[in-house]
Design a protein around this ligand. Sequence first.
Ligand code: GRF
Length: 207
Amino acid sequence: MLKNIVVFASGTGSNFKNIKHSIDNGDINGMIVLLISNNPNCGAVIFAKKYKIKYKIINDYRYKNIDEKNNQYKLVLDSYNTELILLAGFMKKIPMNVINGYKNKIINIHPSLLPKYGGSGYYGMKVHQSVIKHNEEETGVTIHFVTEKYDEGPVIMQRKIIVSNEDTPETLSKRVLKIEHHSYQLVVKAFCSNKITFNKNKVIINE
Ligand code: GRF
C-alpha cells in the first residue's frame, strides 16, 4: 500500500521536488496527496501547480484566529488520511494539536549536525554562516522526528561533510543541500516501507 504523504514547504521546495521525482521513479512506496504552505507564491506551490499536486495555503491572512488556524491544519491532514508529514523548509511552527495527533509521523530536515546550529534563529543561510564563523571542521544534515521540542526530536539520519578553508556560506549551502536530497529520499523510502522502528528512544533503520 502506498503511504499518503503531506509535504509542508514555504520556500524553493527543492527537497519537495526531489521526493516527488523519487516517487515518480518508483523509488518510494508513497504518494504526495497534498502540499501545505503559508506562502502562495513560493517555488514549492508553483511546482505543485505545474505537477497538479493538490495544495492548501494556511497562513495568518486566511485564518486570523490562531485556534481556527491550528484546527485547520489538523482537519486538512485528517481529511487526507495522512500517514506521513514531511517538513521541507517550512518556516512556521507546527502546532501542538498536529504534533500530538501525528506522533512519530512528522519528519523534519535540518541543514546542520543537530544539536549544533538548531533551534530558534537557525534557519536558511544563518546556519551556514554560523558554521563558517565558528570554524567548524564538519557540518551536514540531520533528519529527525518532530516533537514538541523544536529541532530536538529523535534523529533518524545524519550525514556529514568536511568544511574546507575555501568554503563560504553559499558553497556550504549548496553542498549540504545536495546531501539533503539524497538523505531525505533514503529516509522517506525507509519510512514508507515500514523499515523505521524505535528501540527505546533510538531510531533504527532496518535493512
Ligand atoms: C533545507 O536546507 C532544509 O534543510 C531546511 O530548509 C531548506 C529547504 O530547502 N529545513 P528547499 O526549499 O527544500 O530547497
